[in-house]
Design a protein around this ligand. Structure first.
Ligand SMILES: Nc1nc2c(c(=O)[nH]1)N[C@H]1C(S)=C(S)[C@@H](COP(=O)(O)OP(=O)(O)OC[C@H]3O[C@@H](n4cnc5c(=O)[nH]c(N)nc54)[C@H](O)[C@@H]3O)O[C@H]1N2
Ligand SMILES: Nc1nc2c(c(=O)[nH]1)N[C@H]1C(S)=C(S)[C@@H](COP(=O)(O)OP(=O)(O)OC[C@H]3O[C@@H](n4cnc5c(=O)[nH]c(N)nc54)[C@H](O)[C@@H]3O)O[C@H]1N2
Ligand code: SF4
Ligand SMILES: [Mo]
Length: 746
């Protein structure tokens, strides 16, 4: 007996609707696009068709595992939690919570349970500091948005379904499917822009698949986007092109921005950026002249030396050209269900300030509660009596809890972390695979597969091109007694708080959290609670919908939405395109958009000094591929088969100069390390820039990734220098650092 299930793919920000066919033996036999999905309308990518492969992967962990020496044992959940309790209580007793931390990885955002409940682990655990993939990702954007709009997740997105001019900087949606920009079939939208008489321009050191689909590609020297954008701002003021449009009465700091850009005329930055002055002027004029325009920057603008300046300037250009908060420009979303990430964070109750404490070894001041993820290794391997340590709320780390993260692959200076993890007295991983990171754990607590878990996206909907929502119930049942990830998070949080297994009352924590969420939305918890028998993320989701902008507020709004409406609408509910929302979202102390935050302006001298620095002979940048997902989908045979994708892309002239041949092997060396990797000669690279994907390096012993091991590739983060950061955001620089490349053998 075959059944068909309509679900949403949780793997990336495109949120594609899927039609999943399952046979009588509970085997997924086919996954294809759901043509009736209100959002994706039949779009999908190759990864979405592999949710069955992930679910059936024999290497996927389904029961908790405990490690004794090199031996892994499958244990009951009771035994696993008892072991966690023993390990955590031991570290608390011997070293205190100052010696404990957590690392939170990317899939947390894409998982209903983890996204809603991560706070219910982090808050009770009360670690002095935690780490996340955020500092190799969007931290600069978080800093800019916190200062400009008053919320680190108040992130505007380009309204590409209506714009007439799209400038894409450091993003490659052809591979990534869009990021901090949720829209299915982004490349199709590039065609639509052209059909409207508009234009898409891509600024990237690589002529990407997105650039191929666009109207123009402008190569740029990595790390110089902020200089380019300041020159654009300079032209906007110099040529009288500034017009704030709808937000004219709502912006502070225009004069300060004008002054800041004064010394960055196009001629001043041209050589540094590798873009001639007339082109910079032309782009500024094109943005200003377009009926609507959206300037967009993504990871290439964050994971670089001037990440915050570049991320800030993206929004500055949109504001100055009247393209902020209007259709076809840069807009905030209006999600049907509010996100827990938008709840007021108690740490900012007295206003935002950075540098409230420092890391112990490097002395790095915190930014938005985090220091660079590369600090984790040194915080583990440096004893408390080492010389030259800084006053810090933490001690040498003895316990680490990883949640859906693989920092041994994804964090810079990866080799040092890999060597440090065995020094831990307690390492617990909430993860579904035994990989490069989790092989060091003492206990692995698996979650569910995407097809066993319910789904409804969270934060991503805040920057979606349309106001829509789609709920997916689980495709497969799981045995009773198997904890969901949200329950595991609560148990671990409570243990770190000092409670002992099995005294932990998960329901009590969940109800308490629910009550706080109700109160934050002005709803009486008792009234809301009366609607439910069970707790958990679906109860919270119902609250998020009911108290969101279209919700029924538990009966107060007669036709308002509830989760049940989504259960009844498997293809989703679409409430239309983006609408101006800035006056709702902006929550700065002044109540206005802060265009010129002092904290960011203070970084300009660093950029000015960069203009005098000679260009490095060869620098490395990262890239993604549509068939990969960071480090964790290389165990899916249909995705990794075919040609090797972990290659070093080299421009033909660089190849000739360096005596590299296509298909040969090169040794790439940076100040941090060295790897050997196959060379792919391609004129899609800018001269002087080579590109290597991240997420590979699956040759470590002791993992259980039978397919990935056969397609190991190399770990590009062995090359990324840990101490290289965008200093004002603490974000790692994995793009644009110098490397040497030499041929190996012949
Ligand atoms: N050089 C370089 N480095 C980079 C980047 C780059 O562009 N260049 N990009 C950075 C970016 S943007 C990011 S987001 C990070 C990603 O960094 P990480 O989040 O650390 O890495 P992932 O590869 O996403 O690892 C995901 C982990 O979650 C597990 N997992 C998958 N699904 C689930 C689930 O449903 N539940 C649980 N509990 N576990 C699950 C996987 O087994 C894996 O261990 O990498 C960063 N590193
Ligand atoms: N298939 C797939 N999809 C993914 C992921 C994945 O691993 N695989 N990862 C997901 C995650 S976690 C994220 S954060 C997003 C990221 O989504 P995107 O930001 O679209 O990521 P990339 O595809 O890596 O594109 C980054 C581009 O920046 C360019 N670049 C590098 N340095 C610079 C620079 O200094 N200036 C400029 N202008 N450009 C530069 C690179 O050449 C590259 O083309 O993708 C998400 N989607
Ligand atoms: S683009 Fe691919 S990975 Fe992303 S949601 Fe759609 S099917 Fe899933
Ligand atoms: Mo990311």
């Amino acid at each position: 007996m075959t059944t068909t299930h309509i679900r949403t793919c949780p793997l990336c920000e495109a949120m594609c609707g899927l039609e999943i066919t399952v046979d009588g033996d509970d085997q997924v036999t086919l996954i294809r696009a759901d043509r009736d999905d209100v959002w994706s309308k039949g779009y999908l990518c190759p990864k979405g068709t592999t949710l069955g492969h992930l679910h059936h992967d024999p290497d996927r962990i389904r029961e908790p595992m405990v490690r004794d020496g090199d031996e892994w044992r499958t244990v009951t959940w009771d035994e696993a939690f008892a072991r966690c309790d023993e390990l955590i209580a031991g570290v608390i007793e011997r070293h205190g919570r100052e010696a404990m931390t957590a690392y939170i990885g990317n899939p947390t955002v894409h998982n209903l349970s983890l996204s809603r409940y991560i706070g219910l682990f982090v808050a009770p655990a009360g670690f002095p500091m935690i780490y996340s993939a955020g500092t190799v990702d969007q931290w600069p954007k978080n800093v800019a948005c916190m200062l400009m709009y008053g919320g680190m997740w108040t992130i505007p997105a380009p309204d590409i379904q209506r714009t007439h001019y799209w400038l894409v900087m450091g993003g490659n949606p052809q591979a990534s499917q869009g990021s901090l920009l949720a829209c299915p079939d982004v490349l199709g939208e590039i065609d639509n822009i052209r059909a409207r008489g508009g234009k898409t321009v891509v600024i990237d050191p690589r002529r990407t698949g997105t650039a191929d689909r666009a109207d123009e590609w402008i190569p740029i020297v990595p790390g110089t986007d902020a200089a380019f954008l300041l020159a654009v701002v300079n032209v906007l003021f110099a040529d009288g092109l500034v017009d704030l449009g709808d937000v004219h009465d709502f912006v502070n700091g225009v004069a300060e921005v004008e002054a800041a850009a004064r010394e960055f005329a196009p001629e001043v930055v041209a050589a540094t950026c590798g873009i001639d002055a007339p082109t910079i002027r032309r782009i500024a004029h094109e943005i200003a002249a377009a009926p609507s325009a959206a300037v967009y920057g993504r990871i290439g603008l964050c994971n670089q030396e001037f990440g915050t300046l570049a991320s800030w300037l993206i929004d500055v250009v949109n504001v100055l050209t009247g393209n902020f908060d209007r259709p076809g420009g840069m807009m905030f979303g209006n999600p049907i269900a509010w996100s827990v990430s938008h709840l007021d964070d108690p740490q900012w109750a007295d206003g935002v300030s950075f540098g409230r404490w420092r890391s112990r070894v490097r002395g790095t001041p915190e930014v938005l509660g985090q220091v660079p993820v590369s600090c984790l290794a040194e915080e583990i391997d440096t004893p408390d009596d080492a010389p030259g340590l800084f006053e810090s709320p933490t001690k040498q780390i003895k316990a680490l809890i990883t949640i859906a993260g693989n920092p041994v692959i994804s964090a810079p200076d990866a080799g040092r972390l890999d060597a440090a993890l065995p020094m831990l007295e307690c390492m617990i991983s909430v993860d579904n695979w035994l990989n490069e990171t989790t092989r060091h754990a003492h206990v692995i607590l698996p979650g569910l597969s995407a097809l066993e878990a319910p789904h409804y996206d969270d934060l991503i909907l805040a920057w979606a091109a349309r106001t829509f929502g789609n709920y997916s119930p689980p495709v497969f049942d799981v045995p009773d007694g198997r904890p969901r990830e949200w329950q595991t998070l609560i148990v671990l949080g409570a243990m770190c708080m000092g409670m002992r297994w099995p005294d932990i009352d998960v329901r009590m924590f969940d109800d308490g959290f629910f009550a706080v969420a109700c109160e934050a939305q002005g709803v009486d918890p008792a009234v809301a609670m009366a609607h439910y028998e069970d707790g958990g993320p679906e109860r919270l989701l119902d609250l998020q919908i009911r108290t969101g902008p279209f919700g029924d507020r538990y009966g107060e709004v007669p036709d308002g939405l509830t989760l049940q409406h989504f259960r009844d609408a498997p293809h989703g509910i679409d409430l239309g395109p983006m609408v101006p929302m800035a006056r709702h979202w902006v929550k700065t102390p002044s109540g206005r958009i802060e265009l010129a935050p002092e904290y960011i302006l203070a970084d300009l001298p660093r950029l000015r000094a960069r203009l005098d620095r000679p260009r490095d002979a060869l620098v490395l940048v990262s890239r993604r591929h549509v068939r990969s997902n960071n480090s964790w989908m290389h165990n899916v045979k249909v995705l990794v088969k075919g040609k090797d994708r972990c290659t070093l892309l080299v421009h033909p002239d660089d190849a000739a100069r360096l005596l590299l041949v296509d298909g040969g092997v090169a040794r790439v060396t940076s100040e941090a390390g060295s790897v050997e990797v196959p060379v792919e000669v391609s004129d899609e690279m800018m001269l002087g820039v080579v590109s290597l994907p991240h997420g590979w390096g699956h040759d470590k012993p002791g993992t259980r990734l039978s397919v990935a091991r056969e397609h190991a590739g190399v770990n590009s983060n062995l090359l990324s220098p840990g101490r290289l950061t965008d200093v004002i955001s603490n974000n790692q620089v994995v793009n644009g650092f110098p490397v040497e490349v030499v041929p190996v053998g012949s």
